[in-house]
Design a protein around this ligand. Structure first.
Ligand code: P71
Length: 458
């Protein structure tokens, strides 16, 4: 079988608008060739992010009706707390309205100026939250994790020597926490092995440094461990998750990914003192400790989503749907990051469009063409999003990779949608010499990709 069939059937449908090429040309021109500026209801297939875009199950929707909206002590909070404790094993469970608030609360309470935080690769919001506290975010992923062609099965692994070197260099008193992102989003949604998790945990223990997961896509990581690591084939996803978290002291979580909900997150940790300080701050900025910026019904949906995401039939479909999209592209020679990660396929725009230099944004050229030709929204992760400026000359320093991410929302699109996406990209690949680059007409001082206006080069 080419595709694993969907392990769900469709009960409610959301019609998609089909626009004409002329309409899309007009829309993208008006949007300044910036895909963030396109109204979502003009998009046929939206692969901008897998975050907050999941379809909830009938069981989760039913749970919403059982929302207890009491200010304090909602019954949904207790269900949520019990579920998180069961899977993650941490004693204190603090709800937040999304992942970055969990990061902000944690770092506000533990980081001081000059501190250093190692991670495999920090996700953008994590890095921004570390740097906001005047600390330094250090990426210690293995070298294989930075090479789009390397087929290492656990490209999200932390390089233990790099981690040790960072602790040696700055001294353990300046390293208040070690993080590990599962799966490693910024490295292509690549998993971390249980062996590596044990090694990171041992280093953390040896130096007396707390060790936390950035757990957004923990279930997808567990599925890769079951599939690829010796000794885990006969374990359930729940058992693998419980073992994984047993090596750590806590986690931050955006439930918008593997929580299978549209909004929500949490912080969980064993340390009572940290939890108390963070809870006090939560009450200041998010709300009382039994809702943390969410409604009771949202907590119920997360509790139910966290159980559903452990279902192996669901995960097999999820991981293989992403993989098969990648394989359809790979078979036709389209350059992608390999092996395919858990939540997204990343097209290597530098090799796709070698005639467009980084200064003319090859990734954005592909993003625009994919929308104009097929109504598909993807996102550039290259010179537009990630470039730095030389402080002396003001010239752009392009990042190492020019990528286009096709992130797949959970339980939303069918395999036929994936085939449509693959065919559109393959068609563009066959006519790739025709694509032209872009120049910037307007850019903000930071995070320019969200609001930039571009102009095609004639
Ligand atoms: C993704 C996102 C969502 C996103 C966030 C910011 C800009 C563009 C897109 C969010 C993550 C993540 C990891 C590993 C923490 C967060 C923040 N990812 N860690 O990939 O991937 O969670 O959005 O709930 O605040 O599109 P949050």
């Amino acid at each position: 079988m080419q595709f694993p069939a969907e392990p769900f059937r469709i009960k409610v449908v959301e019609p998609l608008k089909i626009t004409s090429r002329e309409e899309r040309e007009k829309l993208i021109k008006e949007a300044g060739y910036n895909i963030f500026m396109i109204p979502a209801d003009s998009i046929y297939i939206d692969l901008l992010t897998d975050s907050g875009t999941s379809a909830m199950s009938d069981n989760q929707w039913a749970g919403l009706m059982l929302g207890d909206e009491s200010y304090a002590g909602s019954k949904n909070y207790y269900h949520f707390e019990e579920t998180v404790r069961h899977i993650f094993g941490f004693k204190n469970v603090i709800p937040t309205h999304q992942g970055r608030v969990a990061e902000n609360l944690l770092f506000s309470n533990i980081l001081k100026e000059g501190d250093v935080v190692p991670n495999n690769i920090h996700f953008d919001t994590t890095r921004a939250n570390v740097e906001y506290h005047k600390a330094q975010a250090i990426d210690c992923v293995i070298d294989e994790g930075m090479d789009p062609q390397n087929l290492h099965p656990f490209k999200g692994n932390m390089d233990i020597d790099k981690l040790e070197a960072a602790i040696q260099k700055y001294g353990k008193d300046r390293v208040p926490i070690i993080l590990l992102t599962v799966t490693n989003n910024s490295g292509g949604g690549q998993p971390v092995s249980m062996q590596n998790i044990r090694e990171v945990s041992a280093v953390a223990k040896k130096h007396g440094i707390p060790f936390f997961f950035d757990a957004c896509r923990f279930a997808e990581n567990c599925y890769f461990i079951k599939e690829r690591e010796d000794g885990y084939q006969d374990k359930t996803i729940l058992e693998i998750a419980q073992e994984m978290f047993s090596y750590a002291d806590g986690c931050t979580m955006s439930a918008k990914k593997d929580g299978l909900v549209n909004i929500g997150g949490f912080l969980a940790m064993n340390d009572d003192q940290w939890a108390q300080r963070i809870t006090n701050m939560l009450i200041l900025i998010e709300g009382f400790k039994t809702y943390g910026g969410l409604a009771g019904r949202d907590l119920e949906a997360i509790a139910r989503g966290l159980k559903e995401v452990l279902d192996e039939n669901y995960l097999r479909f999820r991981i293989n749907q992403t993989r098969f999209l990648g394989e359809m592209l790979d078979k036709e020679g389209v350059p992608i990051v390999k092996p395919v990660g858990g939540h997204a396929v990343y097209v290597d725009a530098r090799r796709f469009l070698p005639h467009i230099p980084p200064e003319q944004f090859p990734g954005q050229a592909l993003v625009v063409e994919l929308f104009v030709r097929a109504g598909i929204r993807s996102v550039e992760i290259g010179s537009l999003m990630m470039a730095k400026k030389d402080p002396q000359t003001g010239k752009m320093i392009p990042p190492k990779l020019e990528l286009v991410r096709l992130a797949i929302p959970r339980r939303v699109y069918t395999n036929m949608h994936m085939q449509y996406v693959a065919e559109a990209i393959i068609e563009i690949y066959r006519e790739r010499e025709k694509l032209k680059g872009f120049t910037i007409e307007y850019e903000a001082d930071f995070l320019r990709h969200f609001t930039a206006r571009l102009k095609p080069i004639a």
